[in-house]
Design a protein around this ligand. Structure first.
Ligand SMILES: *Cc1c(COP(=O)(O)O)cnc(C)c1O
Length: 388
């Protein structure tokens, strides 16, 4: 099939929720993708922070196919080696005590919300269910995670939403105004990805942690986008020197297959009992085998490379005429320019560079394995498009 035919069929049969770029990819290697006409693209999106080691990664493929040769699915009525191994590695690397696996970021956050509400009710009574999130946050597309998302634009059409979510500004005064005796959790993204790569202030995050500790409120970090090495830290909270009670992650963890994980630390490790939560596919052995091969390679050496590459890119990007600001950490970067971000993304794609947008900004989330040549190519194209 050629690319044009695929696009026609997609438009006819796929529900129209995605404003796609007019490109269908056929193959790739690392940070380079190829469309059906053989045109090459350098990838600075990673399928939205998913393909940590790019596409067609040999180690990940071997882990996945080795598991396919054994068994592809058992249900969670039985034990599987990849699921147990991955949970152990996550706990060893973070200090978490227990992990629940789902299939997406939204599900990881749903799990966190359930844990927080059960914790609230069992320790303080049935009214302790309120969860504070931040304005401009993004926590997912299910009805409940949309309710948790502090942006009006996501609250059209789908109400009534579950009660109990309130949105604070990213200041401790605003958070304190929202906190009361019925608050069971505060959930934040250390860097808000979807709404523009907004890096939260370090003191603010520490103050949130402190408020949570003092009042026995669970501190939840949504690391769906920031996690798994993206920021130059395994999880972004580690850059803030705080200790959440719950960390959710997804996107990059699976290296391209769907997974979500909700990590429970000391305080809430034993909240869940039999029957409290579940998922048919959650922790699927093929996905977990692949995820293990990803997570086990995110070591100190890789993380310091990510920080170095991030600095290199940020410096080069700041120097482009027309770039008003550069935000982010590691290989999660937002660019503010005076042109519409969607227009920049479209022109970059025409020139063979894949970038993302985040509200008014251009967003870069390249594979962590991006090379210097590929970074230089990205800077050159962005420079041409932005300063044009
Ligand atoms: C992408 C994202 C989600 C939702 O993840 P899905 O896998 O699409 O359900 C939740 N939180 C954050 C911070 C995200 O970036």
């Amino acid at each position: 099939m050629d690319g044009k035919k695929i696009i026609e069929e997609d438009k006819e049969y796929i529900a129209g929720t995605y404003a796609r770029f007019p490109v269908a990819f056929k193959s790739g290697k690392g940070c380079r993708l190829y469309d059906y006409d053989g045109k090459e693209y350098v990838d600075c999106g990673s399928g939205i922070a998913v393909n940590i080691f790019g596409v067609n990664d040999g180690e990940w493929k071997k882990a996945v196919t080795d598991q396919l040769d054994c068994i592809q699915h058992t249900s969670n009525l039985f034990y599987t080696e990849p699921q147990a191994r991955l949970a152990k590695l996550l706990c060893e690397k973070t200090g978490a005590k227990k992990v629940f696996f789902g299939n997406s970021g939204a599900e990881a956050n749903e799990c966190a919300i359930k844990v927080a509400r059960k914790y609230g009710e069992t320790h303080y009574g049935a009214t302790r269910k309120k969860i504070i999130t931040l304005k401009d946050s993004f926590h997912g597309r299910t009805i409940t995670t949309l309710a948790a998302t502090g942006q009006d634009a996501f609250h059209k059409y789908y109400g009534p939403f579950p009660e109990g979510f309130v949105y604070a500004d990213a200041t401790i005064e605003s958070v304190l105004e929202c906190v009361d005796g019925d608050t069971c959790a505060i959930m934040i993204e250390c860097i808000q990805g979807e709404s523009g790569v907004n890096v939260l202030d370090k003191q603010f995050v520490k103050d949130v942690e402190k408020v949570c500790k003092e009042r026995d409120i669970l501190f939840i970090c949504d690391e769906v986008q920031t996690g798994n090495g993206r920021t130059g830290y395994l999880y972004a909270y580690q850059a803030y020197g705080v200790q959440p009670d719950i960390v959710t992650t997804a996107k990059g963890l699976g290296g391209g297959l769907p997974i979500g994980a909700c990590m429970l630390f000391e305080k809430c490790a034993s909240v869940f009992g039999y029957g409290d939560h579940g998922s048919t596919f959650g922790g699927n052995p093929v996905v977990c085998a692949g995820a293990y091969s990803i997570l086990s390679r995110i070591d100190d050496k890789l993380l310091s490379e990510v920080r170095e590459k991030g600095e290199y890119l940020k410096n080069k990007l700041s120097a482009i005429k027309g770039v008003k600001s550069v935000s982010g950490m590691g290989l999660m970067i937002g660019l503010e320019t005076d042109k519409p971000a969607a227009e920049i993304a479209k022109k970059c794609i025409d020139k063979g560079l894949l970038v993302l947008t985040a509200h008014s900004k251009v967003r870069l989330l390249p594979p962590l394995s991006i090379s210097k040549d590929e970074m230089d190519f990205a800077v050159r194209i962005l420079s041409e498009v932005i300063s044009q």
